[in-house]
Write a protein that binds this ligand. Structure first.
Ligand SMILES: [Zn+2]
Length: 275
């Protein structure tokens, strides 16, 4: 069964792998030990794609009214494509997470995967498991088999009828397990928290947010550059943080991309021996 791929930049090989032989319970302790160990590992670039169109009215119609407006001619996913082009120039691989309203065409998914990126679900209907499961089904039609997810919104606002604004990691680890997903990247704001492995799900509680509204003052870019030398920190950004953001965010993005080494999240999973 083929369910994932990435490019190994050291050998320039296109690697495909599967999780058909995962043995979960007997290796939980081993994997947690491995996660605690300080080993040289690249960081993970998590890109949540929240915006379908840069035009506010089009975006509102797409995201809030679930209107389908035709894909490319109106600039669908333009910010995301700008970032993907930029990462390609820099030789950086990332993990892109799409809302049910920002799902890419299959052609674009193939392009991202060919460039070594991973794709996953940015879940928004998170109140009940059935809603979440429906999101997974919808997303898999354009993304292929879903292996993991991130959650839209970090506790402050309720974004739709079936959106759970609360951030309750145990619930989401449970959702992941029930949908047979392998990882969940959390929205916490303390990037000192390490990865955990629970019930067959690899879980990162927190991220280093590019947007400083979600970052304590001590988590500077210098902190990240230093921490990422011996810790696999998750760096969280949205395409529009850079394409529409402040000069400060653009400058910090430039510095991070220049100084931090990244790997796609499935490569991290492979390194833990979960395959
Ligand atoms: Zn989001």
């Amino acid at each position: 069964m083929w369910i994932g791929s990435y490019i190994d930049w050291n050998s320039s090989k296109f690697i495909q792998f599967n999780f058909a032989n995962v043995h979960i319970n007997n290796s939980e302790r081993f994997i947690n030990k491995l996660l605690e160990a300080k080993v040289r590992m690249p960081a993970i670039l998590r890109i949540d794609v929240d915006t379908a169109y840069q035009n506010r009215i089009l975006n509102y119609a797409r995201v809030n009214k679930e209107v389908f407006l035709g894909i490319d001619s109106l600039g669908y996913l333009r910010s995301c494509k700008v970032i993907a082009d930029d990462l390609f120039e820099r030789g950086i691989t990332a993990s892109f997470f799409f809302l049910p309203f920002t799902l890419p065409s299959r052609e674009f998914v193939q392009e991202l995967m060919k460039e070594g990126h991973n794709v996953g679900l940015h879940a928004v209907h998170t109140k009940e498991y059935t809603d979440f499961s429906a999101d997974v089904q919808t997303a898999s039609k354009s993304l292929g088999k879903i292996l993991g997810f991130t959650k839209h919104g970090s506790g402050k606002f309720k974004l739709s009828r079936s959106h759970d604004p609360n951030y309750n990691p145990d619930k989401f680890i449970d959702f992941a397990r029930m949908s047979n997903l392998k990882f969940f990247l959390g929205n916490g704001e303390n990037p000192n928290e390490g990865w955990q492995y629970k019930d067959g799900v690899l879980y990162s509680p927190s991220a280093f947010w590019l947007n400083r509204n979600y970052r304590e003052d001590n988590f500077t870019v210098d902190w990240l550059i230093k921490a990422s030398r011996d810790r696999d920190v998750v760096v969280l950004m949205h395409p529009e943080d850079v394409t529409e953001g402040t000069n400060l965010m653009t400058r910090e993005y430039e510095r991070i991309m220049g100084k931090v080494e990244f790997m796609p999240v499935l490569q991290k999973i492979e390194q833990t021996g979960m395959k």
